[in-house]
Design a protein around this ligand. Structure first.
Ligand SMILES: Nc1ncnc2c1ncn2[C@@H]1O[C@H](COP(=O)(O)OP(=O)(O)OP(=O)(O)O)[C@@H](O)[C@H]1O
Length: 748
């Protein structure tokens, strides 16, 4: 990918035909056809559960369709597709303590080729910051950004990769009306000015948002209920004309988006309220036969020209607050429109408009372009054809009757059939002719046989960037690291104080065992915070791996490397304090072995905790799994119960318990060569005068050779646990099949 400035993207026209997705005989979406061309914004709308996200995932090929076909510039998508598309997920998972610019820097390093660095990299970041209008918060930590700024950051991060196709899943959900409007306006500008094909799902937008889109795809219960132009403010063209044609005119007091969703949802409460207002939507026969057509209905397509000329005005919103917003938005939109119109004019002047032209932003242009054969193009003999011939009042009454008598599922079928039979469907789903297709972008033009890497940068760079991100994150949370340090040093001092300067006598030997057990158990489980690691970071990891920013290996190494320095340094420091306070043998070699043992115990404990964390989807699960495994490892460490007294079928646990290896190393290290003072009374009770005899009595070796063997087992356990963690991370809770994950592991 060349490091060109953010500008006009190589156009990609997306066409989809008869798309369907089924899971275990459950039809999620079916028979969806349409197209989206460069320079346009397409909204996928419908009630909750209609299948919007599913369709978005099918179009972006994150989910494989079970039927139908998708074409990119008239061709079947190739492997290189990932190079030209971006996806912004509904949940914007970010490292909250990093600033907006740091997030973009990290993403840019992973998205752009390795040779783009220094000034070129900074320039690219500046461009997306300016395009998404987030310069005000570029040095603000993500945790301090508003919801709208976070969404724009997510879009900015995707734009760094210069996607020709941009998919967004509900980018306005959870935002207030102004923030939602800003996002949609920016998306439209990005489509127009940069020739991108943008498709996003939207739940139930405010009235002024819909006209900003070039195309609306309306779904209900997985069926395609409408695809075509939206409408022009103040007119009942496009979408509104279509619904009016099948008997569901939109009243003046209704938000068209609410109206349409209410129609397909069979909602009648709102209708009743509207009726009381004298509005009258298509919901109840009372309204349609009453004053609906007289007062409530937005100018019909046949009469719209006159009424608009009379100043019938913008669509009024249902709530007073929304109505109050309308003026402010109108000004803002006018400004945005003017800017967009300029941009379009520039583009045309530059002769850059592709074979498939984006619609003009000018309101009158939109109005004429939107005048598709909505009410006149019904297939002869269809219900809709018959309805369209009726006067509006009768049409509305009949449609309302249908809605009341059919029940939801049958009504959705009926309304989907109306669309199927309309000429509008044919016009919006017609396959583009070769001369209408944009030139294929370079990334798609290769024949696909020479597969480039899935990633823009190599594994080393990925690991470095991920590691740096974790370090930055940790630096921003010094309290967490300081607490960990204090914990390890202070606890070592407390344990050392309790077991202070142990004497080399009968009781001192037994207390040495106590010190070793208490301190090593503490060290092994000190990084307990790792239990929450993957449940907390999995969303960021999955988002980044799906976007091909880095692979599991880089994330795994980055995460492991970032923890290492703190674990090694702090465990060694704590071990030093505890060792000398407890008065263990003042022998440099023995001290060195003790510290090495402490460090290995901590690293192995951390590996076990990370493994438990990788098996869990939630914090509660991590807690449950961690407690179970840690308790088993602890009970079977050979210290609390002799192996021969444990149930036979559980003995294997003590064979692999890393705690057992660590405790044995510490005991052998401290007791070998130790001379024990025994009083005559203790001698009479069988006091052993040498540490070696104590070791032999406990079936432990007396030579330091055994120590290295146990160190080897400890290291092997740590490596195996890390390997298992890698596989768990790669295969569990990814939302992809095992086969897909297995394939992804081999693709670089
Ligand atoms: N893999 C799947 N297995 C089973 N059911 C699924 C699957 N994917 C989606 N569904 C179901 O299909 C329906 C449509 O889901 P989808 O998420 O696409 O809807 P949506 O329109 O985006 O809804 P929302 O607006 O609430 O996000 C839902 O009922 C959902 O539970």
């Amino acid at each position: 990918m060349a490091a060109t400035p953010v500008g006009r993207a190589a156009g990609v026209a997306l066409e989809w035909d008869n798309l369907g997705f089924e899971v275990k005989d459950k039809v999620i979406v079916s028979g969806i056809s349409g197209r989206a061309v460069p320079g346009t914004l397409t909204l996928l709308m419908g009630p909750s559960g209609a299948g919007k996200t599913t369709l978005l995932n099918l179009l972006s090929r994150r989910t494989a369709a079970t039927s139908g076909e998708i074409l990119f510039n008239g061709k079947k998508p190739t492997y290189q597709l990932q190079r030209v598309q971006g996806f912004v997920e509904q949940e914007v998972a970010q490292f909250e303590t990093l600033t907006v610019r740091e997030i973009l820097e990290t993403t840019a390093r992973l998205k752009l080729p390795e040779h783009v660095k220094g000034k070129a990299l900074r320039d690219r970041i500046d461009e997306v910051i300016s395009a998404l209008d987030i310069s005000k918060c570029e040095h603000t930590r993500v945790s301090g950004c508003s919801g709208g700024e976070k969404r724009r950051l997510a879009v900015a991060a995707e734009l760094l990769g210069e996607p020709s196709l941009l998919f967004l899943d509900e980018p306005t959900t959870g935002l207030d009306s102004n923030a939602a409007m800003t996002i949609i306006r920016i998306l439209r500008r990005l489509a127009r000015e940069q020739n991108r094909t943008i498709i996003c799902t939207i739940h139930q937008p405010r009235a002024s948002i819909l006209p900003l889109a070039d195309q609306l795809v309306l779904l209900a219960s997985g069926r395609q209920v409408y695809t075509g132009p939206t409408f022009t403010p103040g007119h009942s063209d496009g979408l509104l004309a279509y619904f009016e044609g099948i008997g569901f005119p939109c009243s003046k007091v209704e938000n068209p988006a609410d109206h349409i969703v209410d129609v397909i949802n069979l909602r009648t409460d709102g209708d009743a309220a509207a009726g009381a207002d004298g509005g009258g939507s298509a919901g109840s026969p009372k309204k349609e036969t009453g004053p609906a057509a007289e007062a409530g209905v937005v100018a019909s397509s046949s009469s719209s020209a006159k009424e608009t000329a009379d100043g019938a005005g913008d669509i009024e919103l249902t709530s007073a607050a929304a109505a109050a917003d309308a003026d402010a938005d109108a000004d803002a939109e006018a400004a945005a429109d003017a800017a967009d119109a300029d941009a379009d004019a520039d583009a045309e002047a530059d002769g850059e408009a592709g074979a498939v032209e984006a619609p003009s932003d000018d309101a009158s242009d939109s109005a004429s372009e939107s005048s598709l054969p909505c009410t006149t193009g019904w297939a002869k003999g269809s219900d809709a054809h018959r309805l369209a011939a009726l006067p509006l009042e009768e049409r509305a009454a009949e449609a309302s009757e249908l809605r009341l008598t059919k029940g939801r599922a049958a009504f959705v079928e009926w309304i989907a059939d109306q669309f199927k039979q309309s000429d509008l469907r044919d016009s919006v789903t017609r396959r583009l002719a070769p001369d209408e297709l944009p030139a294929t972008p370079a990334a798609l033009s290769a024949d696909g046989s020479a597969r480039p890497s899935r990633y823009s940068v190599g594994c080393c760079t990925q690991t470095c960037v991920v590691t740096r991100r974790v370090f930055l994150f940790k630096l921003r949370e010094p309290e967490a690291t300081a607490t960990q340090a204090m914990n390890l040093i202070i606890m070592a001092a407390i344990i050392g104080w309790v077991y202070f300067d142990l004497p080399e006598n009968f009781k001192g030997v037994s207390d040495r065992f106590g010190f070793i057990a208490v301190y090593l158990l503490f060290i092994a489980f000190a990084p307990i915070d790792l239990l929450t690691l993957f449940p907390l970071e999995r969303s960021v990891f999955l988002r980044d791996t799906k976007a091909n920013l880095y692979g599991t290996l880089a994330f795994f190494f980055g995460r492991s490397i970032a923890e290492l320095p703190a674990h090694i340094l702090l465990s060694a420091a704590g071990g030093t304090v505890a060792y000398w306070m407890a008065g263990f043998q003042a022998d440099p070699e023995k001290f060195g072995i003790f510290i090495l043992n402490v460090v290995l115990m901590m690293l192995t404990g951390a590996s076990l905790l990370a493994f438990c964390s990788s098996l869990a989807r939630t914090l509660a699960e991590a807690n449950g799994i961690g407690t179970l495994i840690l308790m088993l490892v602890m009970i079977f460490n050979g210290f609390f119960i002799a192996e021969e007294n444990t149930p036979i079928f559980l003995r294997w646990i003590s064979q692999i318990s890393f705690l057992k290896f660590g405790l044995e190393v510490a005991m052998v290290n401290e007791l070998s060569g130790l001379t024990i003072e025994c009083s005559p009374h203790e001698l009479a009770l069988g006091c052993l005068t040498s540490g070696n005899d104590v070791l032999l009595a406990r079936n432990l070796p007396t030579t330091t050779d055994s120590i290295w063997e146990r160190f080897g087992w400890l290291a092997l356990t740590a490596v195996l646990l890390r390997l298992l963690t890698f596989f768990a991370l790669h295969f569990l809770y990814t939302g992809q099949s095992w086969a897909t994950r297995a394939r992804l592991m081999c693709e670089w």
